[in-house]
Design a protein around this ligand. Structure first.
Ligand code: PMV
Length: 327
């Protein structure tokens, strides 16, 4: 095969990855647990073409920086090395959401590039091998390879740090309603943020609690204990943001709207509506509820002024190849 197209979902971490123990290999300080998202994804076509003298990277409908292109070319080099080829490639990629929404993630992008790239280069890798390779492009991308609910074990080396499925998508009918409150490009990328994490005086304490948090969340998921699960993911998000806010220099990803919605959620919960939030490296919130409550949560959110967009998601499968090439 010389040409392949893959679709990969974004994922939301319940127990988060913040801080690396190896910068080049993107080995995380701790294990993490996430869910793949059904409505935020990237489609990427890779084609190796002998007449090209350099790689061509095309983002459909969006601008790309040189830095972003270089990171993609570096990943193509990893794939070429593995396939023992020298041919340059044309990469065409399209997010189903514009990057400016803060939704299009590097996780979905590098997971799709890894599968499309390796398939186009004639390699047939296992899910584990794909996950290890995707991790080298962007840490959280390794979690967009397996299906459904996923654990990324920190491992002891590059080959043992990868993600695997904990439960398939249909295991638990929970939803993630993404609430977009800000669209401006983040001032500090997650790559830079990871580097700053150890400057927080709370970082050591955070890391010492992570493996036991992963264990607990897996048990709560296994037993489908939603309220305790929700409490834990919310605390975990606040814990990670405390590290960000106490780094040198400090990183504040929240906007006033982020806090307003957080407080709204706490009030709704007091009134009996079971909904919890988590937040990644940005101002947008991910509201986690059970399928039976999704409509109620959406109705309440629609009454809040200043929200730019709502994107409801179900648990989804991981990366996969498609036969028709759009590009
Ligand atoms: O893979 P990166 O470098 O974009 O890091 C992801 C960091 C968080 O989204 C904040 C947390 C996580 O585990 O996804």
């Amino acid at each position: 095969m010389k040409k392949a197209t893959a679709i990969a979902p974004a994922n939301i971490a319940f127990i988060k990855y913040w801080g690396k123990r190896d910068e080049n290999l993107r080995l995380p300080m701790n294990s993490s647990v996430s869910m793949n998202l059904s409505n935020i994804f990237t489609k990427t076509t890779v084609e190796f073409l002998p007449h090209l003298t350099r790689d061509e990277i095309i983002f459909m409908g969006e601008k790309t920086t040189e830095k972003e292109k270089e990171r993609i070319i570096k990943h193509l080099e990893r794939i070429r090395k593995r396939a023992r080829i020298k041919t340059k490639a044309r990469v065409v990629t399209k997010n189903n959401f514009p990057k400016a929404t803060g939704l299009a993630s590097s996780a979905a992008g590098f997971a799709a590039l890894t599968l499309a790239g390796t398939a186009a280069a004639g390699l047939k890798l296992s899910k584990k091998e794909l996950s290890v390779l995707a991790r080298l492009g962007s840490g959280s991308a390794c979690r967009s390879i397996p299906d459904g609910f996923v654990e990324w074990k920190k491992g002891i080396s590059s080959l043992t740090s990868y993600a695997r499925m904990l439960f398939p998508p249909e295991y638990w009918d929970i939803r993630d309603i993404v609430v977009i409150v800000g669209k401006e490009k983040k001032k500090v990328s997650s790559s830079e943020g990871h580097k700053l994490a150890p400057t927080s005086s709370f970082f050591k304490t955070r890391i010492s609690s992570m493996e036991s948090k992963v264990k607990t969340i897996k048990r709560l998921m296994k037993e489908r204990r939603f309220a305790e699960f929700g409490e834990l993911i919310e605390k975990e998000a606040i814990n990670m943001h405390t590290i960000m806010m106490t780094s040198s220099p400090p990183i504040f990803y929240w906007l006033p709207k982020t806090l307003e919605i957080m407080r709204g959620i706490w009030e709704w919960r007091e009134g009996g509506l079971e909904v919890y939030f988590t937040i990644d490296a940005g101002p947008n919130l991910h509201l986690i509820c059970q399928g039976k409550d999704e409509k109620k949560v959406l109705l309440r959110l629609e009454k809040i002024k200043g929200i730019r967009k709502l994107v409801p998601n179900r648990p989804s499968k991981g990366v996969y190849l498609v036969k028709t090439h759009p590009f």
